[in-house]
Design a protein around this ligand. Structure first.
Ligand SMILES: [Zn+2]
Length: 160
């Protein structure tokens, strides 16, 4: 590849200390960054909060053996935006968690609800749709978007 200048980067010695203040991590050559992998992960989460939360949710569901057919598009529309999660996330002391409405079902479209988890760990349900019709409409709309985004079936694959 002509004109691809690597000389500047080649002068940097690897591994070197992470650029984040007080961080003891090491930046390695493969990271293409002056920060350690931990700090890069943290930075990515900050820049992509919805994706980070979606990945957490999916990983936890899979670890517990739950079905997970929520695509990122559905998650983003119904949970992240539809529930007000995006607005509350980080702005309130109460953290929000996504749970299943019917426990015997997995993380599938229509079976998710957002709850606040208060400091004494008492759970309180937060209805994020005023009525069933609103919820159904939101789900239909989300499913339409999922179909648009994934004409070949949708699902979790390629949820970026
Ligand atoms: Zn670091």
């Amino acid at each position: 590849m002509k004109g691809f200048n690597v000389s500047k980067r080649a002068k940097t010695k690897y591994p070197h200390k992470c650029a984040t203040k007080h961080c003891r991590g090491l930046a390695t050559k493969s990271s293409h960054s002056n920060k350690c992998s931990k700090c890069r992960g943290r930075q990515w989460r900050k820049n992509h909060p919805a994706k980070a939360h979606y990945h957490d949710l999916r990983n936890r569901a899979k670890q517990r053996g739950h079905e997970f057919t929520i695509s990122f598009e559905y998650y983003h529309t119904v949970v992240w935006l539809g529930s007000g999660y995006a607005e509350k996330h980080g702005k309130t002391k109460e953290s929000l968690s996504v749970d299943r409405i019917k426990n015997h079902l997995g993380y599938i479209p229509g079976n998710l609800q957002v709850m606040t988890v208060s400091e004494n760990s008492r759970k309180r349900f937060v209805p994020y749709f005023k009525n069933k019709a609103d919820e159904d409409a939101a789900i239909k709309e989300a499913e339409r978007k999922v179909r648009e985004a994934f004409p070949n079936g949708g699902g979790v694959a390629g949820g970026h």
